[in-house]
Design a protein around this ligand. Sequence first.
Ligand SMILES: Nc1ncnc2c1ncn2[C@@H]1O[C@H](COP(=O)(O)OP(=O)(O)O)[C@@H](O)[C@H]1O
Ligand SMILES: N[C@@H](CC(=O)OP(=O)(O)O)C(=O)O
Length: 456
Amino acid sequence: MSELIVSKFGGSSVATATQIKKVREIVADNPNRRIVVVSAPGRSQASEQKITDHLFNIATDGAHFHEQRINIPVVDSKRAVVERFRQILADLELSDDTLLDSLRADLECKLTGERRIAFLASRGEHYNARVIAAHFSQSGMAAEACLPEDFGFVVSEQFLDAKLLNDAYGNVQRLAETTCSECIAVIPGFYGITPAGEVAVFSRGGSDLTGGEIAKGVDAASYENWTDVSGVFEADPRIVSEARAIPRLTFKEIRLLSSKGFNVFHLNAMLPCKERKIPINIRNTNSPQDPGTVILSERVPEEEAIVGVARLDNVAYIYLEKDMLGEEIGFTAELLGILRDFNIQTFHFPTDKDDIAVLVNQDDLTGAINDLRRQIEAKLKPDEMDVVYNLSILTPVGLGLQGNSYPIVDALSALGKAHIPIAMIDQSPSQICFHIGVQQSVADDALKILYRTLIG
Ligand SMILES: Nc1ncnc2c1ncn2[C@@H]1O[C@H](COP(=O)(O)OP(=O)(O)O)[C@@H](O)[C@H]1O
Ligand SMILES: N[C@@H](CC(=O)OP(=O)(O)O)C(=O)O
């Protein structure tokens, strides 16, 4: 293991010149912070959009915001992107007109389809890394922007959901041995380069993934993930105001929490670190003295039996009834196969003798539900089929749940006392979490009740 610390700064940490100056202080504070991964500028105030969203809007000719019922035309998105970078450069007293010219030219890119979306979406990280490296250098800190296209951060040709290719790790190691011995490497997150030299992006929030993969590539001593909260909170702090930062979590626990709605850290970003047992530290750029949350291989379960309660919205429930379906070998496989062909993400599938339900990502049903119904009816011939929308899944997670059913009893009776109807219950195979489905309209109340009953 090297002494290197990989420090990823999220969009909120690099949204303005003021934030970027805080980043510089944090990097300067520890000589082992030699690799800095940066996101595109995030929101600098609640009324603003993230630069990446403006870029998706430009790439999709306005469809990106239109789908969210936000009225921002492409010309305004272009103006917002250029203006934000112009402001950051001016506030950092960097006079680099070529950078803005190059950005303007990139925004007029002539690529089409997914290649166009990926290229444009990557520009926020690309230009921010160049700006931040220039600021570090100008303020007397040796630094260089190290771009995926230059050092070979090679990814698959899935342009909007790229996966890192094995060759990238060797290239990352070489980068560490050369550049990092002389200066700080500032790497843009979120995108990589295909073997054919084209830009491909990870899924949304993918700068966390870049950080995790770089940490694996250099066998880092630690992967710091700097954001705008002092760690992973026991529940979404915007809903449960008394939730506190969790001091320690295992890789398994963060995986379950992230996959069920804790979007502070990308679901897959822990995987490369878990493989090499690299601790992850989630920290607050605005409060760097706070220890944050440490994510590691093991912890003593007794310290916090249940660490958090996650919440996943926009879940739908496809229900099929057919006499003896439980005896038809391959019925479930066929149903899941149809959902796979429609690219619909599934979460749970409780089954019984004569019926089955599959919980799915409801957004994936948009535009597909009628065709999906037809396919299911034609192939599986159910007696009845029903789709229930707008569910939330609430998921308490903790190593202390293993072999301990009391929290499940407590959770259900607390929801019962509050007259909150339960649409679904399910215990995970690992027994370190369980899932309760409720209507989205009561999910805030249900989350608060579960938090107070099980943790608070
Ligand atoms: N359980 C949680 N713990 C901490 N933050 C959470 C949690 N659930 C949701 N969040 C939200 O995640 C945000 C940080 O993630 P994100 O916006 O992606 O940050 P960044 O800009 O640093 O990438 C926080 O501001 C917080 O509102
Ligand atoms: N900027 C990209 C990638 C990313 O990770 O951003 P952030 O660190 O702000 O979540 C996005 O918005 O998806």
